[in-house]
Design a binder for this molecule. Structure first.
Ligand code: SIN
Length: 282
């Protein structure tokens, strides 16, 4: 007997939560032929569960892009080679010559003025074992803080900088990257534009410091906030299989790709839906 639940009476597929807080598998939907009603229901499930998963979806790049486009405009990542056919696709490929580097808690592209709404990640080639992706609920992380800490951090702003990760990865100087993507400020706690939930919005990959604090204070506070993502109670963990797809709400959760499969190969393709400017509503 299945424990699957429907998120709403009209949901045209089964919604099977992975944990009470975060993550749900959507069962009985074919991403090659989605209807507008299904797109609406996927969006509702994404808002409710922060990350949703699909199994046995053997779609191609064009279908991947078409599915993502149903949720909004698509981004082009600066790490995508200029001569790649479909520039909306970010290929994340690791193997014996390049160990996985996405094993740090982060939200995608918070160095943008308008970081993404969400990312849709498709498995292309997987190791026999390992390479799971973990997701952490930033609303639960905020709620778990003491009331005094919540008051202190609400209204603070932090700087996010592309160069922290991509200067090294793209072999560029920080100044060169900053000409196109200058460091940006975002609220430390953002209000979700659709659900109204408060969410911790700093991450180890891209946040450099909190505005108005000394370096020591900022480092201490950021370390404390980063630790919240690593609390097991706020997380779910997804084991990939051929045909698996994950779609996360980049505003509401952080993710961590376990890089335990080295030297095996793991190849993924990500299409990212553009978002809006983060804000905090007092
Ligand atoms: C990413 O960090 O966007 C990639 C996650 C993964 O490869 O599982």
């Amino acid at each position: 007997m299945t424990t699957a639940l429907r998120s709403a009476p009209a949901a045209p597929f089964m919604v099977k939560p992975l944990t009470p807080l975060i993550g749900a598998e959507l069962i009985g939907i074919d991403l090659a032929h989605v209807t507008p009603a299904e797109i609406g229901a996927v969006r509702a499930a994404l808002l409710a569960h922060k990350v949703v998963f699909f199994r046995d979806q053997h779609i191609d790049r064009a279908q991947h892009i078409a599915f993502a486009r149903a949720f909004g405009e698509l981004e082009i990542h600066p790490a995508t080679p200029r001569d790649q056919g479909e520039r909306e696709v970010l290929r994340i490929a690791h193997g014996p010559d390049n160990r996985g580097v996405e094993n740090a808690w982060h939200s995608d592209v918070t160095w943008r003025e308008t970081p993404s709404l969400g990312s849709i990640l498709r498995a292309i080639e997987l190791p026999e074992v390992g390479g799971d992706t973990l997701f952490s609920d930033m609303g639960a992380a905020y709620e778990g803080l003491s009331e005094k800490m919540k008051v202190f951090i609400c209204g603070l702003r932090a700087v996010h900088d592309i160069a922290r990760v991509f200067a090294g990865r793209l072999g560029k100087q920080a100044e060169e990257l900053h000409a196109t993507y200058p460091p940006v400020e975002h609220p430390v706690v953002r209000t979700h534009p659709e659900t109204g939930q408060r969410l911790i919005y700093v991450n180890t990959a891209f946040t450099s410091h909190i505005v108005g604090l000394s370096r020591k204070e900022s480092d201490w506070l950021l370390a404390h906030l980063y630790e919240q993502a690593a609390i097991g109670d706020y997380q779910c963990r997804f084991r990939w299989a051929p045909g698996s797809i994950a779609f996360w709400d980049n505003r509401a959760c952080q993710h961590y790709a376990a890089s335990d499969y080295f030297p095996a190969r793991r190849i993924m393709e990500r299409v990212t839906v553009a978002g809006d400017r983060p804000f905090f509503t007092p």
